[in-house]
Design a protein. Structure first.
Length: 268
């Protein structure tokens, strides 16, 4: 027994099979309808996930900017740099500038150690004899933390450091190996260093005074050389007894003194 065919599917099948062109046009019409429907939905609701993507991008940009600004504006002290590892010296403009100032005013290091320390934040060939001649010979103290100047560029930054010999201005640049000090390398005014040196001179003054006064007990007369005063019971030497010349006798008769009263006895 044969079942009857569906009249709807039979009509569509016969319509498609009899004309391949009608099949292609039907598919194109369906694709166009779907495309127009998607455009209408997009226009009403907006691009999918576009808002979240923009917000995420803005958040990343702001975080990067804040991180860069914080790293660039972080001020450091000499104590923090003195205990910092070599890898952390060039992490920011402030650390590179403070390390340079700390190494530059170090008068206890040998010339070789001094040059090696400065080469960690600048190119070694820049540490030459001219820079060595500008090295302070008197102690110089760093008075406070770094002070990064605003608006000095994205790759170059200027940092100021107050010292007892004046303000040192350090220009640093961001390189592949970290922040480094630019050339010409900053120095301090030697006149200002000499002006700060009297504090050291006052400490050596007592030593000089002591050295000049030390021979005084040696040059003082010894108690053995002081002549002893003669005792009252001892007779004076003949030279001391004859303090005046002896009287010289006058020749001739002895004069008789005139008397106001007569001589005692009978008158002859």
């Amino acid at each position: 027994m044969r079942t009857g065919a569906n009249p709807i599917t039979t009509a569509i099948r016969s319509w498609v099979l009899r004309s391949p062109g009608r099949l292609a046009s039907g598919i194109a019409i369906m694709v166009a309808v779907l495309y127009l429907t998607r455009l209408m939905v997009t226009a009403v609701t907006g691009p999918e996930n576009s808002g979240s993507d923009v917000r995420a991008h803005d958040a990343d940009t702001s975080n990067t900017s804040v991180t860069s600004t914080t790293a660039a504006a972080e001020e450091v002290t000499e104590t923090a740099v003195a205990t910092m590892s070599a890898r952390s010296i060039g992490r920011s403009p402030a650390t590179a500038a403070m390390y340079y100032a700390h190494a530059f005013v170090d008068t206890t290091a040998s010339p070789t150690q001094w040059a090696v320390a400065l080469s960690r934040v600048t190119q070694p060939e820049r540490v030459n004899d001219t820079l060595a001649a500008a090295r302070p010979t008197a102690p110089v103290s760093i008075l406070g933390p770094t002070r990064t100047l605003p608006g000095t560029g994205t790759t170059g930054t200027t940092v100021e450091i107050d010292t007892s010999a004046g303000t040192m201005t350090v220009a640093v640049t961001d390189t592949d190996t970290g922040w480094q000090v630019d050339s010409p390398l900053p120095t301090l005014d030697l006149d200002d260093v000499a002006a700060a040196a009297p504090a050291t001179g006052r400490t050596t003054a007592p030593t000089t005074t002591t050295a000049t006064t030390t021979p005084s007990p040696v040059t003082a007369p010894s108690p053995q050389r002081i002549p002893e005063s003669p005792s009252a019971s001892e007779p004076a030497p003949p030279a001391q007894q004859a303090t005046s010349p002896a009287p010289v006798p006058v020749p001739g008769p002895i004069p008789i003194p005139e008397l106001d009263t007569p001589l005692p006895g009978p008158i002859a």
